[in-house]
Design a protein around this ligand. Structure first.
Ligand SMILES: *Cc1c(COP(=O)(O)O)cnc(C)c1O
Length: 392
């Protein structure tokens, strides 16, 4: 059976060139980057090359890149770091209702420590209105945290406008760019961003490594305490091979970004059109224009997402009901309910996220099995009436 991986927003395969770049640092170049001898210097040089590669992707300076264990740590370090470093008496943070749990759970943690948080609602298109962010600003607002591309819908948030507002009101601006970095342009200067999170395993690099961009002059309290690695911002002996892999992954992504975006948008559009043409009562969730080229989130009324994913998996198609971390829970996606879907609508939605290693044959394979799967699921659904052919 042909296996098709359409869950690239959960994680991506490791690119072979990335693996090759990492290999020496897992074997002969094992030095500790803080050591002054030849071994240490080899590791240090590799890390500095990776720092330049990551900086280039973001239009940042290498000295503004801190390596972390991934997107979750970067989001935590940004939010906790700003709040704890702030000398305001009361501290207020603004974020949105559609953020990843890495941001939302951190927001809840700072609330428990006495800060206040405003979660700004998004429209039914899955996009936040910058004017709503501006209205939420208070004299004690220390940080605005808005993601770039949403992981479930793929919707792209208006960072440039929000950045301008943050700059004008003198509030720090963090963005979780885990889903966009390496896939669409991310420019910390153009977007007016002070802090930005990215993760290697979402862009064909290894798991367990990421980066936090920290604009020069930003005062951040470190999450963890230890030695002087990563300029005191993130102590601990560096994950050299992982960092090298992240660097290489960002370099490849940057070089092929424009043509890959076009190729993947065409694949995604063909998948989407094929589904909408073959399956009655299928609806796209979220804005179709301001959206990642790699994602489609589709609601199939009178189906249940978990069963749908399992049925497709049995036929070799891997996709998801939404965020990987919320799979297995009976709660509907907070992102889909935030755009106004009813619980059963949210639970009948499926995300297909495409990536570098997908091709036309994958789309054909999915289109070959999907309509029959939907039909079978609906046949056992209590409220579903088979539509007349003229309804199609
Ligand atoms: C995957 C993801 C994260 C978490 O990144 P990890 O490296 O897996 O910790 C954070 N935010 C978004 C939007 C994500 O998609």
């Amino acid at each position: 059976m042909r296996r098709v991986y359409f869950d690239n927003n959960a994680t991506t395969p490791l690119a072979p060139e990335v693996f090759e770049a990492m290999r020496p640092y897992l074997v002969e170049d094992f030095g500790n980057a803080s050591s002054i001898h030849w071994y240490g210097q080899r590791a240090k040089a590799a890390i500095e090359t990776a720092r330049e590669q990551v900086a280039k992707l973001l239009h940042a300076r290498p000295s503004e890149i801190v390596f972390t264990s991934g997107g979750t740590e970067s989001d935590n370090a940004a939010i906790l770091g700003i709040v704890e470093a702030s000398r305001y008496q009361t501290k207020h943070v603004i974020t949105t209702t559609i953020e990843h749990q890495a941001v939302l759970s951190t927001a809840r943690a700072i609330e428990k420590r006495g800060a206040s948080v405003t979660c700004v609602r998004v429209g039914s298109n899955g996009i936040v209105d910058p004017a709503d962010i501006e209205r939420a600003i208070r004299p004690d607002t220390v940080l605005i945290s808005v993601m770039h591309a949403n992981n479930e819908l793929g919707t792209i948030q208006p960072l440039e406008e929000i950045g301008r507002i943050a700059r004008e009101r003198d509030v720090y601006f963090h963005s979780d760019a885990v889903q966009s970095a390496g896939k669409i342009p991310v420019d910390v200067e153009k977007f007016g961003i002070d802090l930005l999170a990215l993760s290697a395993h979402k862009l064909y690099g290894p798991k367990g490594v990421g980066a936090l961009y920290v604009r020069k002059g930003t005062i951040l309290k470190p999450l963890i305490h230890g030695g002087h690695d990563e300029r005191d911002r993130r102590p601990g002996t560096e994950n050299v091979a992982g960092i090298v892999g992240l660097g290489k992954a960002t370099e490849i992504a940057r070089e092929h970004m424009a043509e890959e975006a076009v190729r993947l948008a065409a694949l995604r559009d063909r998948l989407e059109a094929g589904i909408l043409g073959a399956v009655p009562l299928a609806t796209i969730n979220g804005d179709r224009a301001h959206r990642m080229p790699t994602v489609t989130n589709i609601r199939f009324d009178h189906t249940e997402g978990e069963g749908f994913v399992i049925a497709l998996d049995l036929r070799g198609i891997a996709c998801s009901t939404g965020a990987a971390c919320s799979s297995g829970s009976v709660e509907p996606s907070h992102v889909l309910t935030a755009i106004g879907l009813k619980h059963e609508q949210a639970r009948s939605s499926i995300r297909f996220s495409l990536g570098r290693f997908n091709d036309d044959a994958d789309v054909d394979a999915a289109l070959g099995v999907l309509p029959a799967v939907v039909e079978r699921l609906r046949a056992v659904s209590p409220n579903y009436k088979v539509p007349m052919t003229s309804d199609k």
